[in-house]
Design a protein around this ligand. Sequence first.
Ligand SMILES: Nc1ncnc2c1ncn2[C@@H]1O[C@H](COP(=O)(O)OP(=O)(O)O)[C@@H](O)[C@H]1O
Ligand SMILES: O=P(O)(O)OC[C@H]1O[C@](O)(COP(=O)(O)O)[C@@H](O)[C@@H]1O
Length: 315
Amino acid sequence: MRLVTLTLNPAIDQTVALDALNPGSVHRARSVWADAGGKGVNVACCLADWGLPVSVTGVLGQDNAAPFAQLLAAKGIDDRFVRIPGETRTNLKLLDAASGDTTDINLPGLEFGPSTAEAVRAVLVDLTGPGSLAVLAGSLPRLLGPDAYARLTAELKRRGTRVVLDASGPALAAALAAGRDGLPDAIKPNRHELEEWAKRPLPTFADVLDAARECQRAGVALVCVSLGAEGALFVASEGALRALPPPTRVASTVGAGDALVAGLVAGLHDDLSLPDLARRALAFAAGKLSRTGANLPGRAEVEAIAAEICVEEIS
Ligand SMILES: Nc1ncnc2c1ncn2[C@@H]1O[C@H](COP(=O)(O)OP(=O)(O)O)[C@@H](O)[C@H]1O
Ligand SMILES: O=P(O)(O)OC[C@H]1O[C@](O)(COP(=O)(O)O)[C@@H](O)[C@@H]1O
């Protein structure tokens, strides 16, 4: 199965590690570092660490593309990003070093017009076809309009490509409003993103389950809702289940959702049953949480974590 990820708005994640985050006060940072990232880049990095060949595309600013090129080359990822004049955005991540929790400040990114969008679409079409799987992930440049993922999904599905979508706000809403032939095969909102889509708060697990089932009824085959330290919910035709994270040392939560998506993709690649898919996805997230950047431990360690993950069926 050929795997490709799309990141239309990548980012350099600049993490500032603090003893504790106290809004409104002066902080002295413990350390600071930068990782080339963005949702599809992070997903591809985890898939490559797991040992799967993967291609990436999207749009990079040519003025600071070097860290991306270095990272992708080091992980053996096929770099098919379209480069345009300007700089890729830098996102700020304020890390509370005691808990591993981060406060994210995600900036708007590079805007680009129809000719760049068309160049990326052409790369995506070139990289996909029957039997391949595409991950469309992250925020969209404003100029593209909120239905950009819905349009790409419809085209990819016509070409026999499965689509995993990790989007939020109007882009997620537009994708879920597409007709049956244009719906993604899988989505991974977090609780907040699902609340935005459902237009109501989802305080309890039962509320989350109801909203996830609404997405499934709209025609999405696999709905995975990530719930931070509470694990994740999986709803598919085989049933619904909740997976609980193992005890995890949290170095940084940045990219935990992306690692979960990568685990889902690796599970779909291997045609796993729903419980094993859930274990694989949570093991990827737990493996990534123990380190900074989009890096997984070795396969044996990830498999050992997966074996420990508790999965509860929901009747
Ligand atoms: N503090 C945490 N402790 C243990 N596991 C966590 C923690 N935060 C995230 N995870 C794991 O990572 C997954 C994705 O995290 P989440 O924060 O829900 O995603 P996102 O980054 O997309 O908001 C969760 O489903 C869970 O398995
Ligand atoms: O495209 P968006 O939604 O602005 O998100 C980009 C940010 O998300 C990340 O991919 C991390 O995502 P998660 O923590 O949800 O896995 C960062 O690398 C990046 O700064």
